[in-house]
Design a protein around this ligand. Structure first.
Ligand code: PEP
Length: 251
């Protein structure tokens, strides 16, 4: 099948209100009429609503960088999936390496977050990826397999179209050192094989798998045209409209 490329910008904990609205507006303006690639931006929680307003009607989706695993209640500091949907977010990132490795989120917690997001009708980008130590000790496949299967626990086949995977090797995130196209294709192909076993060959074939880790205009074409790579999750280079738009127009 032909999978539509999907490029997402993870703004992390950057920008202020003005800069967030201005970046969103520039992305919207720059994309006018270009529907060849699905595009989403992930501002900090507090700027979500304003960014939703800034891109309204443009086809640019807005998502949250994280989501609570619980539906409501005494969870100080958390934001629920229903709240995100309520303010116009369409997607949530689950299991970003900074959540897993800086804030200690377990695979089980990521699974609960993913299910909580799907339960209200949000889409999800589920991130998986190995550290440099894990790669050097030949544990990449074991690590991403565990992150994938625990992340998708309890997700029925009919919900899978709401999920995008992002392969983000931890050693490539924010380091300027991207994986090669061959390294990305190898892991993406492995993930697709796992999905085929967990669900079906057709479901695996339909799943989009983004690559993330130091994607920039200079390497976007090579990475995004690699086998089994269906787009990108972009951190640093998503903070400048010129570089983000250049990645979206990688062709
Ligand atoms: C990310 O955080 O998802 C990411 C890929 O970051 P960067 O593009 O800055 O490496």
């Amino acid at each position: 099948v032909k999978r539509k490329p999907y490029v997402a910008g993870n703004w992390k904990m950057n920008l202020d209100r003005r800069a967030a609205v201005s970046l969103a507006t520039a992305v919207r303006t720059g994309l006018q009429g270009d529907a060849a690639v699905d595009v989403a931006v992930f501002p900090p929680f507090v700027y979500l609503e304003e960014v939703v307003r800034a891109v309204a009607g443009s086809g640019v989706a807005v998502g949250a960088q994280d989501v609570c695993d619980q539906p409501s209640g005494a969870f100080t500091g958390e934001v629920s999936a229903a709240m995100l949907l309520d303010i116009g977010a369409k997607v949530a990132i689950v299991g970003h390496s900074e959540r897993r490795h800086v804030y200690g989120e377990s695979e089980e917690l990521c699974g609960r977050k993913l299910r909580a997001a799907l339960a209200v009708g949000l889409e999800v980008i589920l991130c998986v990826g190995e550290t440099i130590e894990e790669r050097q000790s030949q544990r990449t496949e074991k690590v991403v397999a565990s992150q994938l299967s625990k992340g998708l626990v309890g997700v029925p086949a009919n919900q899978l179209s709401k999920v995008t995977l992002a392969y983000e090797p931890v050693w490539a995130i924010g380091t300027g050192l991207n994986a090669t196209a061959a390294q990305a294709s190898e892991v993406h192909g492995y993930l697709r094989g796992l999905l085929s076993g967990l669900y079906s060959p057709a479901a695996a074939d339909a799943m989009r798998i983004q690559y993330g880790g130091s994607v920039k205009p200079e390497n976007a074409r090579e990475l995004l045209t690699a086998r089994d790579v269906d787009g990108a999750l972009v951190g640093g280079a998503s903070l400048k409209p010129e570089s983000f738009l250049a990645i979206v127009r990688y062709r």
